[in-house]
Write a protein that binds this ligand. Structure first.
Ligand code: SF4
Ligand code: SF4
Ligand code: FES
Length: 314
């Protein structure tokens, strides 16, 4: 009898404690949610969208299912606002605003498909398409079709609108630079600099039509500060920077992404634990990338993980 009583008491106490703990946890979690998930509500094309405080208009567009073109934006880089292909109309703002970087504020009213937005995006795409080779920038072709961009209308018989006319730089066996495809999006500069590698081997040199990405004093890559992490190649949206393996296959008209498999694994060179994506075509590794949303790498690797795979093929 006495044992049973004790057991009942214990059960009651345990139950009570558990209830108290559960209530406390719920309250704490509610507070945490209030602190970290304060929402701002904006209107996009007539629809009301709530996003966490600090989110960009571009993120709100995604949440609302509104596709927006981007070129210089990447989820693993700081926005630099240079391409302006993502602009949207913000009521009350004199100028169009870049959706990739402008933070959403409570009550904003955004229009993404007005004639002014379409005209601006079309102009940006036409300027880019008339001045550099976008043949390997497949995402933009989709948007060029949507906005009916005519990239030839700035070229005349006696006037070539090309911004950069220089041979492909092939200075090693790891990656090539073809600046006739460069849109000056700064992604490679950011990845080489304080967004990832902190090597600062490249920057924009020159002005206007002569502006181009360059190493210090235009030194060849092996003589420059480059450490061959390949992070610049991974973020380049146009093929201006390209792994040599991909470049060679393209030259031989054998680059077939549709026939490639991508296998995710963990780099075995050191203990950091970077995730690698091995792109394999015809049973050979053709390039190595890393997921940009991975907590360890944010898409960035070092030379060993990026290029140290040749031994696999003997
Ligand atoms: S080389 Fe590529 S990543 Fe660098 S600025 Fe040009 S297009 Fe952008
Ligand atoms: S990619 Fe470089 S840093 Fe990452 S695990 Fe491999 S060797 Fe280490
Ligand atoms: S993607 Fe927004 S300015 Fe380039």
């Amino acid at each position: 009898m006495s044992t049973t009583d004790t057991s009942d008491v214990t059960t009651d106490i345990t139950t009570d404690t558990s209830d108290v703990t559960s209530e406390a946890t719920t309250e704490t979690s509610d507070v945490a949610e209030t602190i970290t998930e304060t929402a701002v509500t904006i209107t996009i094309d007539g629809r009301s969208v709530a996003v966490p405080e600090g989110a960009t208009i571009g993120a709100a567009c995604n949440a609302a299912g509104v596709n927006t073109p981007t070129l210089c934006w990447a989820e693993n880089l700081t926005p630099v606002n240079v391409c302006r292909v993502c602009v949207v109309e913000l009521e009350g703002s004199r100028a169009l605003v870049p959706s990739c970087s402008r933070i959403a504020e409570q009550g904003m009213v955004i229009h993404t498909d007005t004639e002014r937005v379409r005209h601006s995006r079309r102009m940006v795409l036409e300027f880019l398409g008339s001045s550099v080779d976008l043949s390997q920038t497949s995402d933009l072709h989709h948007w060029m079709d949507i906005y009916d961009a005519d990239c030839d209308r700035y070229s005349e018989d006696d006037h070539d609108a090309k911004r950069v006319d220089e041979p492909v730089k092939i200075q090693d066996e790891l990656y090539i630079r073809d600046y006739s495809k460069c849109v000056l999006c700064y992604k490679c500069v950011e990845a080489c600099g304080d967004d990832a590698q902190h090597t600062f081997a490249i920057a924009v040199s020159g002005r206007g039509f002569d502006a181009r990405i360059s190493t210090e004093f235009d030194a060849s890559l092996p003589d420059s500060a480059c450490v061959y992490c390949g992070n610049c190649v991974a973020v380049c949206p146009t093929g201006a920077l390209q792994f040599k393996t991909e470049y060679d296959l393209r030259q031989a008209e054998q680059w077939r992404p549709e026939d490639q498999t991508v296998t995710r694994t963990v780099c075995s060179y050191c203990g950091v634990g970077c995730n690698l994506e091995l792109h394999v075509q015809d049973e050979r590794i053709v390039k190595v990338t890393s997921p940009s949303d991975h907590s360890v790498t944010s898409g960035h690797l070092c030379i060993k993980g990026r290029f140290g795979w040749q031994y696999v093929h003997g």
